[in-house]
Structures are given as structure tokens and as C-alpha cells.
Design a protein around this ligand. Structure first.
Ligand SMILES: N[C@@H](CCC(=O)N[C@@H](CS)C(=O)NCC(=O)O)C(=O)O
Length: 263
């Protein structure tokens, strides 16, 4: 699709969300999944941030793909922002929030390093596991019906594979990729140790992203080696995810229900 046509379609899509209730964030993302509120780590990240900061929000599942072609994106008072990091930076400014104020610059650098490792490496391994190596298992997380699942998994598999090859990791064998990604998880486990959150007793902004990613290993990669790793060996990662779930997602079971459409 040409850039001009994409631009026009984008403008139309955004216009639909110009007139939303005052000061209410609309979080645009895919519909609910079956084992966790979202199989997208980036959606989980923003969702968790909204809960930690207690910013009022509502979920839209009809327009999941934003101006940059990805989920999530948000609308607030006629403004639209795409990309989880930019969304959080924007909301910090607009709503005067700062989850990092208790932490030193050096501590925050550690949080950033862990986030980037998971977002730029673990998440590729996760996408390949779901769409390329083990697609039937992923149906347990997001499946709707055989036809829908077959289309999404076939299309998603081909896109995920091409992108992973372009990124670099996709050139490796499944075993090699699992080795790389398991090493990520072991590194995060060592850095977390017995701390409650990645930097200590208080959560920081990067905990939203770290939870979003690790939560996929805990609840969103059934019968994978990553699931086994966090449930049997790296149990501090599993406990970390349960801690955040218990604190910020009292309605978890309702959220993973297919029946409700908005939060
Ligand atoms: N850098 C983006 C990444 C978002 C992202 O990759 N979203 C995925 C879902 S997990 C997506 O929309 N993929 C569709 C596509 O790339 O076509 C962010 O932090 O929000």
C-alpha cells in the first residue's frame, strides 16, 4: 500500500477517536486472550502502567493497529500516540506521573538494560515459538476457531519468520534460538534475585515492560521450554509475575474472559 493511501486511512482511523470522553485514555489493542489479558507483551506493558499509575482508561479492541501499524496505541483528548515507550513517556508528561522517582540513575539504567534485552531479544524468540515452531500450542492462548486461527497463524508465521531473519535471530536453528532466549531469562533471574521488583521494594516504570514480557513465558507460551524454565528452575521470575498480577490485576479472571469487551 502506498504511503499516501496509508496516510489517508490512518487519518480516518485517528479521526474516529478524536472525540472521546475527557481525560479518559483509550488503549487500543487486540481483543482478550484466554490465558492472560493480552498475548502482546507491549499491550500488557501499557495496561500495567495504567494500573500502576491509576490513570483512568478504557480498552478498545476494534482498532488495534495504530498510526505505526502496531498495537498498542492510545487516544487521549483528541491526541494519539503509538509505541509503548512513547505512550508511557507521553502519559507521564500529560498526567504528571513518575514511577521512577524512588530510584537512582544507576538503578534505572539496570531496569532499562533488562527491558531492552527482553524486548529486543526474548520477544523475538517468543514470536518464533508461537508462530513458527509451535503454532498449535499458541491456539490455547489466542485461538478463536479453526479457520481464523489457521489464517492468523499462517500469515503471522510467514511475517514473523521474515522479520526475525531480517533482525538476525531468525537465521539460527530452533535450538540455538532457545539457547539465546533461555540465557536472557537466566540473566533476568540472576539480576532479580530475591527482590520484589527489578530494582528493589518499589516498582519502577520498566517493571511494566518486564512483567509484560515475562508474563508471556509464565502464561502465554504453553508447553514451551520457556514456560518450563520459569515454572521449574527460574521460579523467582514466575513469583515476580504472580506478585504483580495479584497486586494490579484483581480482575484477571474477568479480563481473560472472552465475554466482556471493555475495561
Ligand atoms: N515497539 C512497539 C512494538 C509493538 C509490537 O511489536 N506490537 C505487535 C504486537 S505484540 C504488533 O502489533 N505486531 C503487528 C505487526 O508488527 O504487524 C511498542 O513498544 O509498542
Amino acid at each position: 500500500m502506498s504511503r499516501i493511501i496509508r496516510g489517508i486511512l490512518n487519518q480516518r482511523k485517528l479521526a474516529r477517536w478524536n472525540d472521546t470522553p475527557n481525560d479518559l485514555v483509550i488503549l487500543h489493542c487486540f481483543g482478550r486472550d484466554k490465558t492472560l489479558p493480552s498475548g502482546s507483551p507491549y499491550v500488557m506493558k501499557v495496561h500495567t502502567y495504567l494500573r500502576m499509575t491509576q490513570i483512568p482508561y478504557k480498552i478498545d479492541g476494534k482498532d488495534p493497529f495504530g498510526p505505526k501499524g502496531k498495537a498498542p496505541w492510545i487516544s487521549l483528548n483528541g491526541e494519539h500516540v503509538a509505541d509503548s515507550e512513547f505512550i508511557i513517556a507521553y502519559l507521564n508528561r500529560k498526567c504528571n506521573k513518575d514511577l521512577n522517582k524512588e530510584h537512582s540513575v544507576d538503578q534505572l539504567a539496570l531496569g532499562t538494560a533488562v527491558r531492552v534485552m527482553l524486548e529486543d531479544q526474548f520477544s523475538w524468540g517468543m514470536a518464533l515459538e508461537r508462530f513458527v515452531f509451535n503454532p498449535q500450542e499458541f491456539r490455547k492462548v489466542f485461538g478463536k476457531n479453526l479457520l481464523y486461527d489457521t489464517i492468523i497463524l499462517t500469515f503471522g508465521g510467514s511475517v514473523a519468520y521474515k522479520r526475525a531473519v531480517a533482525q538476525g535471530i531468525g537465521a539460527h536453528s530452533r535450538e540455538e534460538i532457545e539457547g539465546i532466549v533461555s540465557k536472557n531469562l537466566r540473566a533476568v533471574s540472576s539480576l532479580l534475585g530475591d527482590k520484589k521488583y527489578i530494582l528493589g521494594d518499589m516498582p519502577c516504570q520498566d517493571d511494566c515492560a518486564i512483567f509484560g514480557q515475562l508474563g508471556q513465558a509464565v502464561w502465554g507460551l504453553p508447553n514451551s521450554n520457556y514456560e518450563k524454565l520459569v515454572h521449574s528452575e527460574l521460579t523467582n521470575l514466575r513469583d515476580y509475575c504472580f506478585r504483580i498480577k495479584d497486586l494490579y490485576y484483581a480482575d484477571w479472571d474477568q479480563l481473560i474472559s472472552r465475554k466482556r469487551k471493555s475495561a
